[in-house]
Ligand binder design. Structure first.
Ligand SMILES: [Zn+2]
Length: 189
């Protein structure tokens, strides 16, 4: 057997072991019974633990208000490659000034789902109503780009789910990833 073939066999064996291990899970693995018991003890003993529990439940209450269908579309399908990475060309308006806020500098909030906000100037991207476009393409719970209403892709900086494309004042074109699927999950900083 050639070395390449041996390597392939080894990889397949590891994959088989991993799949087998995952499929044989029979109980809790993170919040074990012991860990849960420890939490209950802390709740009985400590005020901080009770306050933490109240804060978690209070934050969770918001999600109970969403219908199941709404929760489902909050997780975009693989057909929409959402991301919040700031492209090498930076913000369409402020360029690389956004970099001083980090690589993932766009601000996210539940008040503006499917939008991102520049931390430098406070403007929002993209111009188009991406959420309306996304909803227009949902068929049987899945997004179909062929069905989506292309008339909703209007504006200077438009996002069809695969990032925005804009032309900077310098004349060079740049692509700025402003996908914002985590906006529903990560409160604005
Ligand atoms: Zn900006």
């Amino acid at each position: 057997m050639r070395p390449l073939d041996i390597g392939l066999v080894v990889v397949l064996l590891f994959l088989a072991a991993a799949i087998s291990s995952a499929s044989t899970k029979t109980g809790r693995s993170y919040y074990t019974q012991e860990r849960l018991a420890f939490m209950h003890q802390n709740l009985e003993k400590y005020e901080w633990a009770r306050n933490t529990k109240s804060a978690i439940l209070s934050a969770a209450d918001r999600w109970l208000e969403y219908p199941d269908d709404e929760l489902r579309i909050m997780v975009p399908p693989p057909e929409l490659a959402r991301a919040i990475y700031v492209h090498e060309t930076g913000c369409p308006e402020h360029g690389l000034a956004i970099r001083k806020f980090g690589t993932y500098a766009w601000k996210l909030s539940l008040e503006h789902p499917f939008k991102v906000q520049c931390p430098v100037g406070g403007e929002f991207y993209p111009d188009n109503d991406f959420e309306a476009y996304y909803r227009s393409g949902i068929v049987d719970g899945r997004f179909d780009a062929d069905t989506a209403d292309k008339s909703l892709l209007q504006g200077n900086i438009v996002d069809d789910g695969w990032a925005t494309v804009t032309r900077r004042s310098s004349g060079s074109s740049g692509t700025t990833c402003t996908g914002c699927w985590p906006a529903r999950w990560c409160p604005a900083s």
